[in-house]
Design a protein around this ligand. Structure first.
Ligand code: NAD
Length: 523
């Protein structure tokens, strides 16, 4: 949102992107409101942390039960505000959160409890080591509009179960879904002050970033992510950055074309292409190229575009016209530079101002914006490659590195190539669904971000790791303390030989030389 708008607008207007209907207007939280919310959250956090992880897991179980009960209602709220088809609101949002809760209910106790850390070195055998996981305190979450429920909810559940308070700044386009999440959490037993929603645009997000939070989990564009990283560096605020993607799909010469083309069409057009893990670039072996394109075009033409609330809709509207203009510009530039337009390629004004046809482009190149910048719309751009090395080179030729997929009938070949792709996730014979695997870490490399959400590693992001060390011989001075001199140096050298020398003879000699180390005179 532009600066002038941020100053002029003190309200966010939640709008149905399919119809333009205004759903509700809400006041933007200002700097003072944000600081007050963070202070209230901080005050509530100590008791929540003290209550223990088993109690917090019980609250999550209740949240899960209530969400399951209200699944259709929540899905409707998501579709109304974000536009995606109801089926997707259920599968990619509600189901993902139900399962994230399941993962934490089953695993949080084991993953958060103190973990003994045995020592290998003889010098430290007489100490007991322990890893302790402390909550950060107040975790701020700033989230985007494209998955307005599953993104903030999965992050919030992990933060809460670890004993943190949360202040969430949802996207200005989807505040009502965040308020649904708040009401579900409160009904499940999360204290009112412990989870707060501050509604607003970028200015509210910036106020949250500059408030006394202890950690920030940000999901959004690379441009905003870079601004956030710069501000966070100034005060050494720990951040997780889940940013954009330009995910490649590699269709090898032995792939099942029927399955791969269905995957390409779904992966490119799910949520009207507004998915960080969308298939944004598709590379197909030249021997299969034309057949693959034919199958994609045939399947694309069957897609039903419309209002997501209609049960038969496959592809809904885009979130706003500004996003649609980016898509249009990428497609127009690609066609002007020689890409073949095989399906779609224009708006659908009869449906509303935010609708764009699912579009298939062939013969694209890496000189085109459509293969370099995040398009974030319903476009499947396809190009041919001649061998596996070329496919890997093309996949890695991007500033992004969120996820990728490889399509082949040969699992070993797929897994071998996957190791050569620079990305946070590589799927063999599937796309996008990694986001719904609660055990799998989600996050990117390169411009796609820093840190991870989901699963064990997402939970680890919500705690400060403390190393707790207790000496088991409190009445003894340590051999490495003062008392230096020639005999100390000789004994120490002997101790090192005893521990690390290759031959038994040298080790034995070292042991003898170091024998009196523990009795050496210390200050
Ligand atoms: P965005 O960067 O415009 O906004 C994201 C959030 O940041 C919003 O809540 C916004 O109000 C807030 N914000 C804007 N300026 C801010 C500032 N200066 N300080 C603090 N907060 C600020 O992104 P968007 O358009 O909402 O989302 C789309 C982008 O998100 C795409 O690039 C997509 O790839 C990415 N995304 C990434 C993931 C992932 O997991 N990697 C998931 C979903 C979306």
């Amino acid at each position: 949102m532009g600066t002038e708008l941020q100053i002029a607008v003190a309200k966010v207007v939640s709008t149905n992107p399919a119809t333009g209907e205004i759903l509700r207007q809400l006041k933007c939280a200002g700097e003072e409101d944000v600081r007050a919310a963070v202070a209230r959250a901080r005050a509530a956090q100590a008791a929540w942390s003290a209550i223990g992880v088993r109690h917090r897991i019980a609250v999550l179980r209740e949240f899960q039960r209530r969400l399951l009960q209200r699944k259709s209602e929540i899905a409707q709220a998501i579709t109304r505000e974000a536009g995606k088809p109801l089926a997707e609101a259920l599968t990619t949002e509600v189901l993902v959160v139900l399962d994230a809760a399941r993962f934490l209910i089953d695993n949080a106790y084991r993953l958060l409890r103190d973990e003994p850390l045995p020592h290998g070195s003889l010098a430290t055998k007489l100490k007991s080591g322990m890893l302790v996981r402390d909550p950060y305190g107040v975790v701020a979450i700033i989230s985007p509009w494209n998955y307005p429920f599953s993104i903030p909810a999965t992050e919030t559940l992990a933060a809460l179960v670890a004993g943190n308070a949360v202040v969430l700044k949802p996207s200005e386009f989807t505040p009502l879904v965040a308020l649904e999440l708040q009401s579900l959490l409160q009904q499940a037993g999360v204290p009112k002050e412990l989870f707060q929603v501050v509604v607003g645009d970028g200015a509210t997000g910036s106020a949250l970033l500059h408030s006394p939070i202890d950690k920030l989990v940000f999901t959004g564009s690379v441009a905003t992510g870079k601004r956030i990283a710069a501000a966070a560096a100034d005060r050494l605020l720990p951040v997780v950055l889940e940013l954009g993607g330009k995910d490649p799909m590699l269709v090898l010469d032995d792939a099942d074309l029927d399955v791969a083309s269905s995957a390409a069409v779904w992966g490119a057009f799910v949520n009207a292409g507004q998915t960080c893990l969308s298939v944004e670039r598709c590379y197909v072996h030249r021997n299969r190229y034309e057949n693959f394109l034919r199958a994609c075009v045939e399947k694309t033409k069957k897609l039903r575009v419309g209002n997501g609330l209609d049960q038969d809709t496959d592809v809904g509207p885009m979130i706003h016209e500004r996003q649609l203009r980016i898509v249009e510009a990428h497609v127009e530039e690609a066609v002007a530079r020689g890409a073949r337009l095989l399906a779609g390629g224009s708006r659908l004004p009869d449906l509303g101002k935010n609708f764009y046809q699912p579009t298939v482009l062939a013969d694209v190149t890496h000189e085109m914006r459509i293969m370099r910048e995040e398009t974030f719309g319903p476009v499947l751009p396809v190009m041919a490659f001649d061998n596996d090395d070329e496919a890997v080179r093309l996949a890695n030729d991007s500033e992004y590195g969120l996820a990728a997929s490889i399509w082949t009938r040969d699992r070993a070949r797929g897994e071998h190539l996957a190791r050569r792709i620079h990305a946070g996730t590589v799927m063999v014979n599937d796309v996008v669904s990694c986001f719904g695997i609660s055990e799998a870490p989600h996050g990117g490399v390169k411009a796609s971000g820093i840190g991870r959400t989901h699963g064990r590693f997402g939970l680890e992001e919500m705690v400060r790791l403390k190393y707790l060390d207790t000496d088991l011989t409190p009445g003894m001075k340590k051999v490495w303390w003062y008392g230096y001199g020639a005999s100390f140096a000789r004994q120490m050298a002997g101790f090192m030989d005893f521990q690390f020398a290759r031959s038994w003879r040298e080790r034995l000699r070292g042991a003898m030389r170091s024998a009196s180390l523990s009795r050496s005179k210390k200050l």
